[in-house]
Design a protein around this ligand. Structure first.
Ligand code: PEP
Ligand code: MN
Length: 271
């Protein structure tokens, strides 16, 4: 079998867009709700991030995340508001000058998503959706590729290779936990993956600290641990009123709790 050599070895790649740099030394924070539920809530999150996290705490390497198309286990759960949610996200980010990221699941949505979002991510469930990966490779947009919860490192890197092979070098990886033996958390976050990816891969690595946790109280330790272990950033779900969230209600942090976490990470020299 041929090696996936574009994703491995040297030189290291840095993903840059609109002043945000992933893999350049300063960790990135990708924060926002699981789903963009309505225009007001995403505006509220955007202005909170701009005023209280960027301007007050000085966390500048910042991306606003928000799901428009949601990959749900249950077909009757909220599936996201689609394209109109992406328009609300873009507008909210533009108003405060923070770049935005969203998930794409369907290759047919890539063109429109690439016009509206600054960073596109591939969710865990679509890590091996190869037509999607190729389309994202051709989009020229920065792509963040999540690891499937049952994928080996080699499979993850070969999935990244599909994007790289189309000539798009703006690719970063997101670890988000795998199925393990800890039934008290949603998934198992293996910190070993951080130094391993640093050693074998050219791609920057962000850790999603919300989805492995599955519940709010577990999120902060995973954020400290991931950054201390050398991750190039964290992705984290935050919501103005998490208990009323339409998806992932238990794990999203209220805005004020995220501010406490971000300021603690700053004080510890991790952000
Ligand atoms: C998400 O980021 O909202 C999400 C669905 O994550 P994952 O694909 O890692 O489950
Ligand atoms: Mn989620």
């Amino acid at each position: 079998m041929k090696e996936c050599k574009l994703a491995t070895g040297e030189p290291k790649l840095v993903v840059e867009s609109l002043g945000v740099v992933i893999g350049g030394g300063r960790p990135v924070v990708i924060a926002g709700p699981c789903s963009v539920e309505d225009p007001e809530m995403i505006r509220r999150v955007a202005s909170f991030l701009a005023e209280e996290v960027r301007d007050e705490l000085g966390v500048r390497n910042l991306i606003l995340r928000g799901g428009a198309w949601k990959p749900r286990t249950h077909p009757y759960s909220f599936q996201g508001h689609g394209l109109k949610a992406l328009e609300w996200l873009k507008q909210a980010g533009e108003e405060v000058g923070i770049p935005v990221a969203t998930e794409v699941m369907d290759p047919r949505d890539v063109e429109q998503a690439a016009e509206l979002a600054d960073f596109l991510w591939v969710g865990a469930r679509n890590m091996q959706n190869t037509p999607l990966l190729r389309e994202l490779g051709r989009s020229g947009k920065p792509v963040l590729l999540k690891r499937h919860f049952g994928a080996k490192i080699g499979e993850w890197l070969c999935a990244a290779e599909y994007i790289l092979a189309e000539g798009n070098e703006r690719v970063a990886l997101i670890e988000r936990g795998t199925r393990g033996f800890n039934e008290y958390a949603r998934f198992s976050l293996d910190l070993t993956v951080i130094p391993v990816i640093k050693k074998v891969s050219r791609l920057p690595l962000v850790v999603d600290v919300s989805h492995p946790a599955g519940e709010r109280s577990l999120v902060p330790p995973l954020a400290y641990g991931s950054l201390a272990a050398g991750a190039d950033g964290i992705m984290i779900e935050i919501h103005p009123n998490p208990d009323k969230a339409l998806s992932d209600a238990k794990q999203q942090l209220p805005l004020e709790d995220f501010k406490v976490l971000a300021s603690g990470l700053k004080e510890a020299g991790l952000l």
